[in-house]
Each structure stands twice: as structure tokens, then as C-alpha cells.
Design a protein around this ligand. Structure first.
Ligand code: ITT
Length: 195
């Protein structure tokens, strides 16, 4: 058994999709209502992914994996980065964060709106640790385009496919995305260690 240590259902769905044929049962935090918000006190994606995985592993005594993701915008010196979920304040909606981002970039020309999504996934079973990373480069659009995905997807344009992340189907997103890449790498590493 393995627990996905996230309260974000959108992320959970994408992680689960990569683990579809995985030989172990995959549980979510829904099965462990005693686990409330996990404070993300780290200064890096790696630190926060580790905090999530270790906290859930300690409480459940089951192997756990934590995903921490950030959107890094060059014109904002890498912000919102590790603060992506709290960009417009604590407990805000995706929409509020996106609006704040567009507002901050209002006078930035398109060629300077380069950005990347980065995901770190950290796994621990209490004895062994594994981690992996994934990254995708893109450009922050001037308005929201597309209805799929979540978070900053409607403003993240991917030049290779000439679409925003929110115009991709869930399968297309997972094939290209930061999270899809990181989860596929971790899946491989896990298959090497499970009996
Ligand atoms: P957990 O800590 O419970 O895992 P979270 O939503 O706080 O949930 P993160 O800190 O990893 O998770 O994510 C930060 C924010 O970045 C998230 O709330 C979204 O707004 C955004 N985000 C993460 N992954 C994304 C993706 O694939 N596409 C678009 N936005 C994403």
C-alpha cells in the first residue's frame, strides 16, 4: 500500500493516473481524516515534498509520497515558486492566484513572460527515501485560455503544442507536464525497490 500525501484532489488525480497499473494499492488522505493541513514550512519544493511525505508516513506507518509544485516566473525572479498556492493569500482560490499573477505581469511584454512549472515528488517508507523531479517550460499568457486542468493551467502556454495547459486533455497534460514526468520517474524507481 502507498499513500498520496496531498489534500489537493486535482494533483491526486494526476498522480493516480500515472499509478493506474501499479502493483500496490494507492490510498489518498480521504482514508485518513485525522490528518489535517500539513504546514509547509520549507523554503524549497524538495523540503516541502519531504515534509508532506514524512508527516503522513509517521502518522499512517505506510509508505507515503508527497508532491510539491511551484510555478516559477522569470520576470518575477522565480515567484510565486514555493508560495504558488498562497500567492494571493492563505486559503485563496485558484482564480485569485491567477488574477494576481496576470496583474503583476500586466506591463511585461510576451517575450519576457517565460516561466516553468516544477514538481518534486518525495517518497519514504520510514527506512528508504526516493525522490524525482519534473519540469516544463512555458509562457504566461495575457488572459485565461482553456477549461481543463487547474491552478495556473489556463495562463500557462506551451510553445511546442501551441496550447495552454488548460486546453490539453488530462492524458495530454500528464504526458508533458512537470508532474507527469516526475511521477513516471518515481514510479520506475519504486518498481525497482518493491519486492
Ligand atoms: P498539498 O500541499 O496538499 O499537496 P497544494 O495545493 O498546497 O496541496 P502545492 O503546494 O504543490 O499543493 O501546489 C501549489 C499550487 O500550485 C497549487 O495550489 C496550484 O495553484 C498550483 N499548481 C500545482 N500544480 C499545478 C498544475 O499542474 N497546474 C497548474 N497549477 C498547479
Amino acid at each position: 500500500m502507498i499513500v498520496i500525501a496531498t489534500h489537493n484532489r486535482d494533483k491526486e488525480k494526476e498522480l493516480r493516473a500515472v499509478l493506474r497499473d501499479f502493483p500496490l494499492e494507492v490510498k489518498s488522505l480521504d482514508h485518513f481524516p485525522e490528518i489535517g493541513d500539513i504546514e509547509e514550512t520549507g523554503l524549497t519544493l524538495m523540503e516541502n515534498a519531504k515534509i508532506k511525505a514524512e508527516t503522513v508516513q509517521k502518522i499512517t506507518q505506510l509508505p507515503s509520497l508527497g508532491d510539491d509544485t511551484g510555478l516559477e516566473v522569470d520576470a518575477l525572479n522565480g515567484a510565486p515558486g514555493v508560495y504558488s498556492s498562497r500567492f494571493a493569500g492563505e486559503d485563496v482560490t485558484y482564480e485569485k492566484n491567477v488574477k494576481k499573477l496576470l496583474y503583476k505581469l500586466v506591463s511585461v511584454p510576451i517575450e519576457k513572460r517565460t516561466a516553468r512549472f516544477r514538481t518534486v515528488i518525495y517518497y519514504t517508507d520510514g527506512k528508504r527515501e526516493l525522490y524525482s523531479e519534473g519540469e516544463i517550460k512555458g509562457i504566461i499568457t495575457e488572459k485565461q485560455i482553456g477549461k481543463n486542468g487547474f491552478g495556473y493551467d489556463p495562463v500557462f502556454y506551451i510553445p511546442e503544442v501551441k496550447k495552454t495547459m488548460a486546453e490539453l486533455s488530462p492524458e495530454e497534460k500528464n504526458k508533458l507536464s512537470h508532474r507527469g514526468q516526475a511521477m513516471r520517474k518515481l514510479r520506475k524507481l519504486l518498481l525497482d525497490i518493491i519486492p
